[in-house]
Design a protein around this ligand. Structure first.
Ligand SMILES: [Zn+2]
Length: 170
């Protein structure tokens, strides 16, 4: 999960990227927080694998976003996030918004944190997102094992192969 720490709210004449505010103050609507917070961050490729972003201010999560798009880097190497603002009925909102930021203080406003809500590709290699933080989609762990047994030629050849390999390795 991507987290971005916002500073104190400020407004300024609209810049070349259409941005005219930054930071956070009490009383902003969610849309205003996103408008002020979405832009121009240094984000590496890890950001492209994240599914959710949390915006924090004064150590508290003030907005949760399901990431839709992240722009390519502008000439300054900065990128802008867009997505869907999460509401109280969403489990990510329920867990994080209004609670202490799940990351420690840092000089870098952009931090990442492991979360059970992260995108998690099924470990069988099928390419599907388990959408649950689990390692496998239901049944795919069994399928992965049986695919390998089939490759070796059945359960008995598999046992022989395993015991031999295990013994040699230990
Ligand atoms: Zn799978």
């Amino acid at each position: 999960m991507l987290t971005i720490a916002l500073g104190a709210y400020q407004t300024f004449p609209e810049d070349e990227y259409g941005k005219s505010s930054a930071g956070w103050r009490p009383g902003l609507t969610d849309e205003e927080v996103l408008q002020a917070g979405r832009g121009r961050w240094r984000l590496g490729s890890r950001a492209d694998r994240e599914r959710y972003a949390l915006f924090t201010a004064m150590g508290i999560v003030v907005l949760a976003l399901e990431i839709g798009t992240i722009t390519a880097a502008d000439p300054d190497g900065r990128r802008t996030i867009d997505g869907m603002i999460l509401k109280p009925d969403h489990p990510v909102y329920a867990k994080y918004v209004g609670n202490p930021a799940p990351v420690g203080k840092s000089q870098n406003p952009v931090q990442y944190v492991d979360s059970p809500f992260d995108r998690s590709l099924c470990a069988c290699g099928c390419g599907a997102d388990t959408l649950s933080g689990r390692n496998f989609l239901a049944g795919h762990d069994q399928r992965a094992i049986h695919d390998r047994i089939t490759k070796v030629g059945g359960v008995i050849p598999f046992l022989h192969w395993f015991d031999k390999t295990w013994t040699e390795a230990n």
